[in-house]
Design a protein around this ligand. Sequence first.
Ligand SMILES: [Zn+2]
Length: 292
Amino acid sequence: MILDFTLKKYRELCSVIADLDYSVITLEEYFTLRKLPEKFIILRHDVDDEPEYALIMAQLENMYNIRSTYYFRTVENVFKIGLIEQIHNLGHEIGYHYEVLDEANGNYPKAINIFNKNVDKFKGLCEIKTIAQHGSPLVGQLSATSISGIWVIFKNILKGNKVFTNWVNADIWKEYDFKEFGIVGEAYISIDFKDVYYISDTGMSWNNKYRLKDVVNQTPAGFDKFNIESTNDLIKMIKIYKMNRIYLLVHPDQWRDNLQDWIKWSILKHIRNNGKLGLKYFWGLNGSHAIR
Ligand SMILES: [Zn+2]
């Protein structure tokens, strides 16, 4: 059996990217460069949970001279100062993975205050220039990345506590302007998805069946017949189609190295994805949304 979503496979992806004539740019560069390279890949990472995996990935990319963007949530289990510093020192961009409407339960003035405070948490570490909304259906520290995490979710459901949220965090920018916080771009709403080929590993799969919250409107001409599920498909796609502008979203905590860890994660993935399909049905969404 050949495992996918392993660090070995990620290393292969990095090596393919490094061998081809792509410039790998950060989100900040995408938003601020006066002239973009002719062929580029934006590599974005949402650090949702277990930030240790983000550091491993950042070191791996560094071996291939790849600079990417890591979006950190400010929840306790993710916001590890030493770790963020190490990733920053490797030359990567650090951004804020915000979930302020979830935290403020939809109260906009409260949400923007939380945003302000959380951006301040990065001060002294690095300057936050870009942000990306977090789109987990779970509130706060709840996480479905371990059996114990899922157990905590069930206990909360039984107690009648609020477990799910369906705020779209980026909606805060319908009321406020992130530029007032020195932010130059938002990784969803400031991107023209007709301009870049976007693909994400959400739910440990490159296809989009499990997406709930990250809305994109893209129909890249000619590529619709090419089915991408495995990382090998993605590598093949990059090699064959040689698209000029590619935007990859990779969740570091979904890429595992040892077999035991991988099997555990793979089983959890099925539980999580089935839960997400249930939520999608519940919310009456039509499949253009994604989670995490
Ligand atoms: Zn997220």
